[in-house]
Design a binder for this molecule. Sequence first.
Ligand code: FAD
Length: 437
Amino acid sequence: MQPKQNTSIVWFTDNLRAQDNCVLKMAMTHSKQVIGVYFLDQKDFEKTQFGFKKTGKFRAKFTIETLQCLKDDLANLNISLLIFKSSTQTDFKDLIRHCDVKTIYKEKQWTNEEINCLESLKSQLSSDIEIIELFDQFLFNPEDAPFHYSETPKVFTQFRKTLEKKAAVRPIAILQAQDKSGMVKDCSVFPNLQTLGYEDFETDQRAAFVFKGGSKEALKRLEDYFFKSKGLGVYKKTRNGLLGPNYSSKFSPWLANGSLSARQIYWKVKEFEAQYYSNQSTYWLVFELIWRDFFKYVSLKHGDAIFKLDGILKKEYIWSKNPKFISQWTEGKTADDFVNANMIELKKTGWMSNRGRQNVASYFSKNLKQDWRIGAAYFESMLLDYDVHSNYGNWMYVSGVGNDPRDRIFNLERQAQMYDANKQFRNHWLKNRTLWN
Ligand code: FAD
């Protein structure tokens, strides 16, 4: 075993948890003292090329709550979490120098904005500082897959079956508190909504679920959905629902910023199965987590192509950018009431069901024929659970430029009839529209 280094930094990104965190575990194994760092960059709250804020108010609030919880959880491990505006901030450089940091550990990310952040950090550091990156956002770690990610199968079923057969989910990483002397003086300023440029707000009373950021809330939801309501046991039957807290797990916002890991969910499913029963529903939740992995492997394989108009399929269509159509869609004022109800739910809560997302995305790209990346950018801004791989992967898929070579289009009328036959969902969001808007 190598001797422990003195002080190292864990740079938290979208792995905002102090449990089952392999990056943190590695840092703690190899260092006498670990300091946590998070960069809350103002540019993540500014408008992007299509005119939407990169992070809207829902995710901004959720992120702040998550950071507060992470700070508390890390303090229980005697680790400080310092929040800086960027790696160029003088205080951050002072910290590196003052603590004689030689190693920075971080979760491996591969999309272009994240790579740019890493490059910017590297340019601030002296060449003797090492950056160690680990994959840690998967159910099946790419290092355990029987194929290199560049050989990721095109078809989901083949991907899933291969991993189910030939790879295993790693056990939970157990972390033990470091020595109390490891805490450092925290001069960083903890953010709030106002400092990020938003006004405080209350959750819309019609919301399907009241989301609160942080691992504690994530673990509570896990316990509630699996063991209290036993929603897990009927998930396959309810997962296409539109109303209420338990038609689906609602894990995605916590998964997206890493305050909950896919492994934690997987091992809880196994616990449930050992204690109660296993059925198609308990399997199906894991099945959906493999979809999540799939889009991550797809983006690893194809790099920046996931952000291109012709996608990974390199398929060309005629797209337009009609400001009227776009604003009718974002405002929930299109000619289709099922689309409208879903879009209003998103605008008012930062949430939309999977069924809703598929329909509104298909309507945007296939009926209105608008540049699908504008729809994806709006989702990026609004969604509580925005995840670059799942978002762009699903948008490509629905828009006919992703993994599915078939150019499919949702029959909105049929979908509304199947999933909202008695108009309960549409009435929920549209009936009192003038009252609420
Ligand atoms: P559940 O049905 O309970 O599923 C459990 C978990 O499995 C989810 O939390 C999620 O991590 C994963 N999962 C389920 N379905 C999918 C899927 N189709 N693709 C990838 N992972 C899946 N999901 C995001 O997490 N972030 C996004 O930015 C995002 N953008 C989307 C955009 C479009 C156009 C579409 C059609 C889907 C998008 N999804 C996205 C996938 C999916 O809609 C959400 O993951 C799901 O609705 C979250 O609700 P849940 O946690 O209750 O899911």
